[in-house]
Design a protein around this ligand. Structure first.
Ligand SMILES: [Zn+2]
Length: 235
């Protein structure tokens, strides 16, 4: 999770703007620029939604080198790490199965929640992951697409569909049963909350909770209470 730093030899290249540093090893320049745009814009969206303190300056560290595992993770505070072994893993998601636009927006969402809450081990099961899936899919990806279109990724594709809300909305059609697994259930509950409250009120509620350095168990209770107050489906 924390503190893994790769040795800084001559091959590292850096790009930065708007509170984001992208440090890359072995990555073609168009992808370095795409990662920087994705991370900088998403950081700005989350700060607008939840307050300027929610995402500090962050470093995205991307290393592509033969033999490295395909892996993406965050220290939950200010660093995101991505390792890749070859260029085929940068192909558009429908071809490669690797959703980089979702991935970066997802890790930044983890940082928002993990920095805001204390006593994190009490966070309801599935909520850490569900929150990141929801924010990435429903907030960041559609906004990125609206602003930059398919060409944000150097191999353009419809990342709204593959990295965004498309397949999740299909799953959450009005007649479907709530999912039973913890992560899909958290995504579903967030979806219900936003549908029930409206996007503006949804963001305002979370902004008010995240600003308070709230205990995770209090956060769980508030969400459960907000869900109980929503009109019952089908009622
Ligand atoms: Zn995650």
């Amino acid at each position: 999770m924390s503190g893994i730093r790769f040795p800084r030899r001559g091959g590292w290249q850096y790009a930065s703007r708007d509170g984001v540093v992208v440090s890359c090893w072995g990555l073609p320049a168009p992808f370095r620029r795409a990662f920087l745009t994705i991370a900088a814009n998403t950081r700005a969206y989350y700060r607008t939604l939840f307050g300027a303190e929610t995402v500090p300056a962050v470093e995205l560290n991307v290393r592509m080198e033969p033999g490295l595992p395909l892996r993406l993770w965050t220290n939950g505070a200010d660093r995101i790490y991505l390792t890749l072994s070859n260029k085929s893993q940068l192909a558009p998601a429908p071809k490669s199965g690797v959703r980089h636009v979702h991935g970066i927006t997802h890790e930044l969402a983890h940082i928002v929640l993990y920095r805001a809450l204390i006593n994190l081990s009490e966070l309801a099961e599935g909520w850490g992951e569900g929150w990141a899936v929801y924010l990435a899919s429903f907030w960041a990806v559609p906004r990125l697409f609206q602003r930059h279109g398919a060409g944000l990724w150097p191999y353009p594709y419809d990342y709204r569909r593959f990295d965004g809300p498309g397949r999740l909305i299909e799953q959450f059609g009005a007649t479907s049963e709530p999912p039973s697994e913890p992560v899909p259930r958290a995504v579903y509950d967030l979806y219900r909350l936003e549908q029930g409250l409206g996007s503006k009120e949804f963001a305002a509620r979370f902004r008010s909770m995240l600003r308070r350095r709230m205990r995770a168990d209090d956060f769980n209770e508030r969400i459960a209470a907000a869900l109980r107050r929503l009109p019952r489906e089908g009622a």
